[in-house]
Design a protein around this ligand. Structure first.
Ligand SMILES: CC(C)(COP(=O)(O)OP(=O)(O)OC[C@H]1O[C@@H](n2cnc3c(N)ncnc32)[C@H](O)[C@@H]1OP(=O)(O)O)[C@@H](O)C(=O)NCCC(=O)NCCS
Length: 363
């Protein structure tokens, strides 16, 4: 068995192999990856006697946080031909894909799928998504007819308008092809207009929350969701919101029927120093954080984390550990919903440091 980056012919075979394995048409389910061969080199295939017997994709995607970047990658399309299963093909492919991520300087890797299958590779549930259930707001019902929702079909001018609205967000994943991303996983994007003027857009998700992304001015959120509920003859709507969109959270928490915080995806953190430092800087910028320092041990590595006013520093350390965690504990506790307290009281005040990825940015 050979593990190779597919050439053009092998890539076509790979796409047929993936469509057959997952009973999907990836050209329409994941157009952001399969509408051209831009990501051919991000695939790794197992070949035996000129036949594709396994595949995996690691798709690079950057996460922009203020003026900082975390280099990410999504792993997907993990598949082995039925006749070759149970022989370690998936293990070889994933090991090599992760090795490639390390060499590329990828800092975080995410994937969906059964935890049992992937935790042996270091992936654990984490990430934070805020989910609100909203009903029609009485105060907005009368104005609902002012709001319209037009299916985004791919007109360049409208896409560019919405893209520039999305890009004003301080925390966002880099979308190489904005329209195709909005259509990922059979989602549909709608342009939101008020009295004919574009406010932004929302993404209706076929699988998870009703609205997996909504980008309109904060003061229009409740009226927009009310109009959407009325237009679609629904009782209520579930809306996903980034934990970094403070204003949206402040608004929706006051208007929601109920809300919860859930984890999103399985994550492998390859660069704890860089990821903790970036997310802590983002936190310090957004809210008051108690100054302090602690040495955090994660498996065999130790990190000195310090906050002094606005200054944040994270470095590798030889010092005595204040708290020792396994990678699994660290991934869940640092970057996911804060269900349990951290044993170190100062670290507890700075957690969580949420990782957030909208469902349409996943692979
Ligand atoms: C899942 C799949 C890729 C596994 O491929 P494979 O080549 O048979 O896997 P491997 O032989 O490399 O297995 C590696 C290890 O994972 C374990 N494993 C394999 N499938 C597993 C499963 N479904 N649940 C838990 N562990 C599993 C194996 O027992 C093996 O463990 P070991 O290293 O202790 O022996 C294959 O069954 C497949 O293509 N399924 C259909 C597509 C799919 O569901 N892909 C995953 C999408 S998230």
């Amino acid at each position: 068995m050979l593990l190779v980056r597919p050439d053009r012919k092998q890539y076509e075979q790979t796409q047929r192999f993936l469509n057959k394995t997952f009973k999907q048409k990836f050209e329409s389910v994941l157009p952001k990856i399969y509408c051209n061969d831009r990501f051919r080199d991000s695939h790794l295939v197992a070949v035996e006697y000129d036949k594709i017997i396994g595949a995996v994709a690691n798709i690079p995607i950057d996460w922009r946080i203020d003026d900082m970047i975390i280099h990410g990658a999504g792993i997907g399309m993990v598949a082995t031909h039925p006749r070759y299963r149970g022989r370690g093909v998936m293990k070889s492919l994933l090991d090599q894909a992760i090795e490639r991520c390390k060499q590329d300087g990828t800092q975080v890797v995410f994937l969906s799928g059964y935890l049992d299958r992937y935790k042996r590779f270091g992936f654990y549930p984490s990430g934070i998504e805020n989910l609100y259930t909203l009903r029609a707001d009485k105060g907005c019902v009368d104005k609902a007819q002012d709001y319209t929702f037009e299916l985004l079909k791919g007109e360049r001018k409208e896409i560019e308008t919405l893209r520039s609205i999305y890009e004003q967000q301080a925390v966002r994943w880099e979308r190489k092809d904005f329209f195709d991303t909005l259509c990922t996983w059979k989602s549909k994007a709608y342009i939101v207009k008020k009295s004919g003027h574009v406010l932004g857009y929302l993404v209706k998700n076929r699988y998870g929350a009703d609205i997996s992304e909504i980008v309109v001015p904060t003061q229009e959120l409740v009226a927009t969701t009310t109009a959407w509920i009325i237009r679609n003859n629904k009782d209520s709507v579930k809306v996903c919101v980034s934990p970094y969109d403070m204003h949206a959270n402040e608004e929706l928490i006051l208007h929601s029927e109920n809300y919860c915080q859930i984890n999103a995806e399985n994550w492998l953190i390859l660069d704890y120093t860089g990821v903790i430092e970036t997310l802590l800087r983002a936190k310090v910028k957004r809210q008051k954080v108690v100054s302090g320092r602690a040495v955090l041990q994660i498996d065999d590595a130790k990190y000195l984390i310090s906050v002094d006013g606005d200054n944040v520093d994270v470095t590798q350390s030889d010092g005595q550990a204040d708290i020792a965690l396994t990678k699994e504990q660290a991934t869940r506790l640092l970057f996911g919903p804060k269900i349990v307290a951290c044993e170190n009281s100062w670290l507890d005040t700075i957690l969580p440091l949420p990782i957030y990825i909208p469902s349409i940015d996943m692979v």
